[in-house]
Ligand binder design. Structure first.
Ligand code: C5P
Length: 330
C-alpha cells in the first residue's frame, strides 16, 4: 500500500426545494415532509488526500484531519472536526467495509479531508449534506482502490440517510419527490433547465430552529396549514416553462424563516420584483430567485448588488447531477 500520495475527489450539488410541505412532527424529532428537490449546478468538492506513509489500524477513524476552503462567507466557528458531515461520511464508508469484510486486513493509509465550499453555510441549500454525499462517493472510490468491490448505490443511500435527511438527495441529484423525512426519494419527470439566483444575507439559520418555530406558529394560528399537494408543481415541471414553475413554487417554512431573519422580508419583496418569483430556499435564510434565462439572471444579480450590497449572491442552473467522482491523481 505504500507509494506516492493519492487523491480521491468528488463533487455534489446544492439544492432548492421547489415545494416544501411540512406535515406532522414525529417522535424522532423530524417532520413528515412532502417536498420536491431540484439539484443545482453550484457544487461542493471533497478531496481525500491519502498519505501512504501513515497507516491506521483496522479500527477507528482513518481521517487524519480536515480543512475547508471557503468560496462563500466563512462561519465563525471552526467546522473542521470529527462532527463535520464530510468526516463522518468517510468514517461511515470505512465502518461499512469493516462490517462487510471482518477479519480482512483493513489497515488503511490515513486521509486528509479537504472541502471546497461554494454553497452557503447553514443557508438552506444543503451545503453540508452535499459535502457528506461527495465524501461518501470519494471514500467509496478510495476503499475500492484497495481491491474490494465498491459499495453499491443502495448501500451508499443507506449510509447517506444515516448522516442527514438531505444527504440522499445530494447523492442522487436531478429532480425528486421526497417524503418521510424528505429522504424517501422518487425521481420526478422534469423538462427544461431553470435559471436561478441565490442570495444570502450573510447569516446562517439552524434548520431545526426553523422547523420548531413553524410548529409554534401553527399552534397559535391554524392558518399555517401544511400544503402537501404537489400536483401543480408536477405539471409545471413538465411544461419546461419557468413562468409556470414560478407560480407553482411553495415553501411552508418561509414564514418561520422570515420571523427568525426579518431582513428576509425586504429581500423577498425586492427579488420577487426583479425575478419571476422569489422564495426562501429550504429552511433559509437563502432566497432563491427564479429567472427566465441567463440575461435575466445577470439583471437580477446586478439589482441585488445595488440594493443589498453586503449580501452574497450567485447565479446557477438546475437540475444538476448528483454526487460524481472527479478525476484525481490516482
Ligand atoms: O437531517 P438534518 O440533520 O439535516 O436535519 C436537521 C434538523 O432539521 C433536524 O434535527 C430536525 O430538527 C429538522 N428536520 C425536521 N424534519 C425533517 C428534516 C429536518 O424537523 N424532515
Amino acid at each position: 500500500m505504500k507509494g506516492r500520495p493519492r487523491e480521491f475527489s468528488a463533487s455534489a450539488p446544492g439544492k432548492v426545494n421547489l415545494h416544501l410541505g411540512v406535515g406532522e412532527a414525529r417522535r424522532d424529532g423530524y417532520h413528515e415532509l412532502v417536498t420536491v428537490f431540484q439539484a443545482v449546478q453550484r457544487r461542493e468538492t471533497v478531496r481525500l488526500l491519502v498519505d501512504p506513509a501513515l497507516e491506521t489500524s483496522a479500527e477507528g477513524t482513518v481521517v487524519q484531519g480536515m480543512s475547508t476552503f471557503f468560496g462563500v462567507a466563512e462561519p465563525e466557528e471552526d467546522i473542521d472536526g470529527p462532527a463535520n458531515l464530510a468526516w463522518r461520511a468517510v468514517d461511515a464508508v470505512v465502518a461499512e467495509y469493516r462490517r462487510r469484510y471482518p477479519g480482512a486486513a483493513l489497515a488503511l493509509p490515513r486521509v486528509k479531508v479537504v472541502v471546497e465550499k461554494d454553497v452557503f453555510v447553514a443557508g438552506g441549500m444543503a451545503g453540508g449534506s452535499a459535502d457528506a454525499a461527495a465524501a461518501l462517493v470519494a471514500a467509496n472510490d478510495y476503499l475500492g482502490s484497495y481491491g474490494r468491490a465498491p459499495l453499491e448505490e443502495d448501500a451508499l443511500v443507506r449510509l447517506a440517510r444515516s448522516l442527514g435527511a438531505d444527504v440522499p438527495f445530494c447523492l442522487v441529484g436531478g429532480t425528486a419527490l421526497g417524503t418521510g423525512r424528505g429522504d424517501e426519494l422518487v425521481e420526478m419527470l422534469a423538462r427544461g433547465q431553470y435559471h436561478w439566483v441565490f442570495v444570502n444575507p450573510r447569516v446562517g439559520l439552524p434548520t431545526g430552529e426553523a422547523f420548531s418555530l413553524l410548529d409554534d406558529l401553527r399552534h397559535d394560528n391554524p392558518a399555517f396549514l401544511p400544503r402537501l399537494d404537489t400536483s401543480a408543481l408536477s405539471r409545471a415541471l413538465l411544461s419546461a416553462d419557468p413562468e409556470q414553475l414560478a407560480r407553482a413554487l411553495h415553501n411552508d417554512l418561509e414564514p418561520a424563516a422570515v420571523r427568525m431573519r426579518p431582513q428576509l422580508a425586504a429581500l423577498l419583496r425586492r427579488t420577487g420584483e426583479l425575478g419571476l418569483r422569489a422564495i426562501v430556499s429550504g429552511s433559509g435564510p437563502t432566497v432563491a430567485v427564479l429567472c427566465r434565462d441567463d440575461n435575466h439572471t445577470a439583471e437580477v444579480l446586478s439589482g441585488v448588488r445595488d440594493g443589498f450590497p453586503g449580501y452574497e449572491a450567485f447565479a446557477t442552473t438546475g437540475p444538476a447531477p448528483g454526487a460524481q467522482l472527479l478525476a484525481g491523481t490516482t
